[in-house]
Structures are given as C-alpha cells and as structure tokens.
Design a protein. Structure first.
Length: 437
C-alpha cells in the first residue's frame, strides 16, 4: 500500500489529484471546528468536557461527523444526510418502477438518480438540522450538563432559522466537496470524507482509554486496545476480501464468419454482501425507543423498562436485540440489492450458463441457494464485529464509542481497500510495464 502511494506521488497527474484531495480534506476538517451563529461556544465546550465519557444517543452521528455534531459547527450534520438519502433511494429503486427504469438506462439514469439524491439530502438536512437545534435549545443534547440550557442563549425564531439554514448549507458544501474529490481527486469522494470523519476521532478516544486505565498508568489498557484493533483490522480485511466465485460458461456463437463467446468467467458473491448497512440500520432502529423515552415526560412503566434494558449497551436485552437486528437487516439488504432472477435472465439472454445447472429458473434457484448459504456467516460476522464495543465497555470501562468499534472498522477498512485499488488501477493505466520488464 505504501509503495502504491509512493509511486503515485512520482506520477505528476496523480500527484496533483492526491494533493487536491488532501486540500479538500483540510477544508473539511476546518469546517468541523467553526461554530454556527447563535451558539455559545464556551458552554458547548464545558458540556463536552462533562459528557466526554458518555455521548448518549448521538454518539453514532457524532462519529460520522468527525465530532462536529456535539460541537454544533457548520458541518455538524456531516455526510450523514447524504448517506441516509442514498440508502433511501437505493431501497426505493426496488419499489418504484420509475426509479428502476432510470437505473437500467445507464449513465443518464444514474445521473438523474444522483440529482434526486441531492434534493433528498437537502430535505433531510433541514429536518435533521431542525431536530438538532430543538434538542440543543431544550438542553437534551447534553443530559446532565450544568449549562446545557444555556447553549443557545437567544431562542428567537430568527436565530433558530439562521442556525438551521447554516447547517443545511454546510451539508450542501460537504456534499459538493465530496463530489469534487470524485471528479477531480482520486475518486470515491463521499466515502473518503466518511473515512476522515471516523479516523479523526481515533486519537482522542485512544487517549481517553489510556487516561481512564489503572494498570501501569493506563498503558496496559492502551496496548491491549491497539492489539485488539490490529486483530480486528486483519479479520475484517480477510472477510471483506472473501468471495464465492460461481463459474459461468458462455456458449460459442457464429455470426457471419466470426465466432463470439466460448469464454469462461465467474460471478463473485462476497461473504459480506451487505457491507456496513445492516449495522447502521440496527443502530438507528435501537436509538428510536431510547430517543422516545428521553423526550417523554413522567415516570411510566414502559419508559423505565426502556431506560433499564434498551439504553445501556452492556445489557443482555440490548445485545440480543442488536445482534438479531443486524442478522435480519443483512438478509433484508441482500434480498433487495441482488436479484437472482434478473442475473439468470441476463445470463440466458447472452448464452451463459453455470456448468451442471440448467439455464433459467434452475439457475436463479441455485444463485438464491448459494447466496443464502454465504449470507449466514456474513451476517454472524457483522454481528460479532459490532458487539466488540460492548465487550470493551464491560472489559475496560470504555465508552460506547470504542475507537475500534464495528461500524468504524468496517468503514475504514472498506474505504481504505477501495482507495488503494483505485490508485493502483490508475497507476497501471499510466505505467503499464507489460509481461517483459
């Protein structure tokens, strides 16, 4: 990997793309530290110091924004509205025939779906920005902070609208920066910004574990976390690269005097076909009961039960619900994104077949059978990786935003592998050495 980056810096056009990407990253990180108008920055820092050990319900979103959410900056919402909009459009593509037709139109249809994603991102940014401002005004953003009610001193309508517009504009700028990296940088812009946001929280989280440790002034806990993190990275790389290759043979066809086909290829089915989406879905769904309980008044029985069983990450009910939701969403997401019937029809149309399997419906049934078999270990792997923060919470007394948690490791390793592959492919296009060196 380091060799690929070194060779990329020696290539003039790739060096410009890398430097341009680094410049966009610097601008993005600067924006995550600029507070929005109407917020008392000193009171926010005071509440952050008091709530550093427990970021509560907003820990996941704060991680995706690189710590900007709880600081209430112009990039407080980060890339999360775009991620949510992309997932919603991807799910709606299966349900709405118009979107499915656009997806099949190629580049023009993809550009139209991207435009719809931008509009939905802005709408979600307005909705999430309004919710964040209302939470900050009520003092619920930092529960237990002595000055949580003084974060927004002026609670007039004009100041509130200004805050929401500023955060919405910040989300639009983040989306534009990501597209700039995709067009003029090394590519995969949105994922790189997500990678930077998560990686930016690692040093502070690791140092907090060292300060909270008691063995050898915290260095034993610090070293153990580093070793666990390295083991998890190796495990995630191994599973993310694992795939089941289904061989496909294309029949030879004679058109005029030329023969076409007769080639062999394969269909790669990844063990973790769903990626990190099931973990995000499960985390978001488990936040809903706790969020309802936080904003409800009184001491009813259901609120007490939720606060006792579904808020703390180390409770057996929370662990079981989290694991089962991840497994369910893994199967659900694979079912809506991979259509065995469509793949079988395309293979039959172009004269392809799986050796030993008849074309048409038997091929679709075989693909569905193989996909279900490999989704089981993939979903169990996702559930176990996501439960590492819970085990760290019980073993080291760490917070729920454990630096080598499942979501962060999956995203960082996935984006890192994809970025290295893109750089290597661009290097091969510019410096192809051939078979004879």
């Amino acid at each position: 990997m380091l060799t690929a980056f070194a060779r990329a810096f020696k290539t003039p056009d790739l060096r410009k793309k890398l430097l341009f990407t680094l410049g966009i990253i610097v601008i993005y990180r600067i924006g995550t530290h600029i507070p929005i108008p109407g917020v008392d920055y000193r009171n926010v820092q005071t509440c952050l110091d008091q709530a550093s050990a427990n970021q509560g319900l907003f820990g996941l979103v704060n991680m995706f924004s690189g710590g900007a959410l709880l600081q209430i900056t112009i990039f407080a919402l980060g890339i999360m509205p775009y991620i949510t909009a992309s997932i919603i459009l991807q799910l709606l593509t299966v349900v709405i025939p118009r979107l499915e037709a656009l997806k099949k139109e190629g580049q023009a249809g993809t550009a139209k779906i991207t435009q719809y994603t931008r509009y939905l991102t802005v709408a979600l940014a307005v909705l999430q920005g309004t919710g964040l401002v209302a939470t900050a005004r009520s003092g619920a953003l930092f529960s237990g902070c002595t000055v949580s009610g003084q974060i927004v001193p002026d609670q007039s309508i004009f100041v509130t609208i200004t805050m929401v517009i500023t955060m919405t504009a910040g989300t639009a700028v983040v989306m534009w920066l990501g597209e700039l990296i995709t067009d003029r940088g090394i590519g995969n812009g949105m994922s790189i910004l997500m990678f930077i946001s998560i990686a930016a929280t690692f040093p502070a989280a690791l140092w907090a574990i060292k300060q909270q440790g008691s063995l050898a002034d915290g260095w034993i806990e610090f070293g153990t976390v580093i070793l666990v993190g390295l083991f998890m990275v190796g495990l995630v790389v191994f599973v993310e690269q694992a795939q089941r290759r289904i061989p496909v043979q294309y029949a030879k066809r004679m058109i005029g005097r030329r023969s076409y086909g007769g080639t062999s290829t394969y269909i790669p089915l990844k063990v973790n076909q769903a990626g990190v989406i099931p973990v995000i879905f499960a985390s978001s769904l488990l936040y809903i009961p706790a969020l309802i309980a936080q904003f409800s008044s009184g001491t009813s029985g259901w609120k007490t039960w939720i606060e006792a069983h579904l808020v703390k990450g180390d409770h057996p009910y929370y662990i079981a619900a989290y694991f089962l939701l991840i497994v369910f969403f893994a199967f659900f997401y694979v079912a809506i994104t991979f259509n065995p019937e469509e793949v079988a029809d395309n293979m039959k149309k172009y004269g392809g077949f799986i050796p030993g399997i008849r074309a048409g419906r038997p091929t679709a049934e075989y693909l569905s059978y193989v996909l279900n078999r490999i989704t089981w270990p993939g979903s169990l792997y996702l559930g176990l990786i996501a439960l590492v923060p819970t085990m760290a919470l019980a073993g080291f007394g760490a917070n729920q935003n454990f630096p080598f948690g499942g979501t962060s490791i999956l995203i960082i390793v996935g984006v890192g592998l994809e970025t290295v592959k893109q750089i290597e492919s661009q290097l091969q296009q510019r410096n192809y050495e051939g078979f004879l060196r």
